[in-house]
Design a binder for this molecule. Structure first.
Ligand code: COA
Length: 209
């Protein structure tokens, strides 16, 4: 795909279904055993969570579309001072168990806890944190990821960020390759205990100029 055909735009509640499908794909790539249960139930649950996030006014989630306005990817960025989501939507447990079943809800809860063991990356005034970068499976390896990253960095730069940070799970060779190619460098790795109980990752950083 010609990457100039990729447009990254701020997500709205109308994009929740497309975003949920992309987040499910992200989970399946990054933590393959962390999200199970019926596929339509997985999408339903994430749609519910994303709608809550967007309606709560949390900003920074973007949808990438192609020339025909079809969703092909997503990425999120947190800027210094951005509001964090502090509450879960009402009845989330019941939505989760109805969507996934009890066993797979507990599995997802465990996955979420493991990733939460790595503390939220604190930001300085001129920093931003990029996360949830995903390209829909058929479009991967054609430059869409690079185009999304360039556009989200532009957004952050225009909002005053001078440095971008992100985390990549150890073993995610494709994402790591992409970020290093785009000028990120590794600044730290989670401690060894994270290999046993958490999700080991590297923190990467790029000077946005
Ligand atoms: C990571 C991801 C966003 C990259 O998007 P993409 O559109 O595939 O990325 P691009 O096509 O711009 O670039 C991919 C690069 O990785 C390379 N690559 C592909 N598979 C690879 C592998 N197994 N190991 C190393 N590099 C690999 C490609 O050759 C390309 O590099 P090149 O341009 O130097 O040839 C996408 O693959 C994805 O959604 N993966 C699943 C979700 C995910 O892991 N997200 C990242 C979370 S940190």
């Amino acid at each position: 795909m010609a990457t100039e055909m990729v447009t990254l735009r701020p997500a709205t509640a109308a994009d929740a279904e497309a975003l949920a499908d992309l987040v499910v794909q992200l989970y399946h790539s990054e933590v393959p055993r962390g999200l199970r249960g019926p596929r339509d139930g997985q999408v339903r649950l994430f749609r519910y969570l994303i709608e809550h996030e967007l309606l709560a006014g949390v900003r920074g989630r973007f949808l990438a579309v192609d020339a025909a306005d079809s969703p092909i990817g997503s990425a999120s960025v947190r800027l210094w001072g951005d509001q964090l989501l502090t509450s879960l939507p009402p009845r989330v447990l019941s939505v989760a168990t109805r969507s996934l079943g009890i066993a797979d809800t507990l599995r997802l809860f465990g996955t979420t806890l493991r990733s939460a063991l790595v503390a939220e990356t604190p930001l300085r005034r001129d920093e931003c944190f990029v996360y949830s970068v995903v390209v829909t499976e058929p479009e991967r390896g054609r430059g869409v990821g690079a185009a999304i990253m360039e556009q989200i960095e532009d957004y952050a730069r225009q909002a005053g960020a001078r440095t971008a940070l992100l985390r990549v799970i150890i073993g995610n060779a494709r994402a790591r390759h992409l970020y290093l190619k785009l000028g990120y460098h590794v600044v730290s790795r989670t401690p060894l205990w994270a290999d046993l109980v958490g999700m080991p990752s590297e923190l990467l950083r790029k000077d946005l100029g």
